[in-house]
Write a protein that binds this ligand. Sequence first.
Ligand SMILES: O=P(O)(O)OC[C@H]1O[C@H](O[C@H]2O[C@H](CO)[C@@H](O)[C@H](O)[C@H]2O)[C@H](O)[C@@H](O)[C@@H]1O
Length: 267
Amino acid sequence: MSSRASELPEPSTVIAERGDGRKPAVFLDYDGVLSPIVDRPSDAVMTDEMRRIVSDLAGRASVCVVSGRDRQVVTELMGLDDLVVAGSHGFDIHHPETGVITHDASTGFEDLVERVTAEVSEQAAGIEGTLVEPKHASVALHYRGVDAARHAEVQELVDGVLDAHPGELRVTPGKFVHEIQPKIDWNKGKAVEHLLDVLDLRGVDVLPIYVGDDVTDEDAFNAPSIADGGLGVLVIGPTDADERETAAAAVLADVDAVGAFLDGLAR
Ligand SMILES: O=P(O)(O)OC[C@H]1O[C@H](O[C@H]2O[C@H](CO)[C@@H](O)[C@H](O)[C@H]2O)[C@H](O)[C@@H](O)[C@@H]1O
């Protein structure tokens, strides 16, 4: 089911109205959720205050980070190495105590991603302001720094790369970024369902909550455990359109509101 973001309540209201006494299992996106959107991806370092909030919450409830970033990168930006992290849009999952968590789509795409990353890097060098972010299971082509008059060229580049690999790739739009991924049936929603299984978080006493801001987070809002009985929370950034349609059931206004919500959760 899809709703207009501006018409959705805050998550604390939903939880109170449901009389929900279940123990939260919290899945958190990173950019736009735990750290505001900034011009350069490498500048999105989590604040000390958000680090304290996430650490405190992890002491009271199950917390997993599900990010489009590479796992090592998001771990470093958070300054926390004791959380379960599903990096590279949920392809690369790691538990701090037991190590890598495998799944149906864990491997098999490495050569393709390496070749595509090289192609994108070579072609993007001709478009000033692009930034190529190589990742474990995708390549992100950022165009935030590209003159608007050249955005069509960036799109042509992406279309050309997809055409050169018929049936092998898909592209997901993000915030001034094209995420080129192997065409494999895996996404953040599948990663959430897998984590609920392997971390033994299924049960009538568990409330799965997913907090995200981007297009790829809609897969998680639509995951059965979030959409049916769980809680999807969309973070609307300052530049996002209020009329955005989302499968989330609640909204938060910005990263500060995320901090306040997480700080109050499970107390
Ligand atoms: O799934 P997420 O953890 O939200 O990651 C989504 C993408 O976030 C990053 O890019 C976005 O945030 C940057 C920093 O604020 C911003 O400069 C960029 O324009 C945004 O698209 C990250 O660089 C990507 O790899 C993630 O997939």
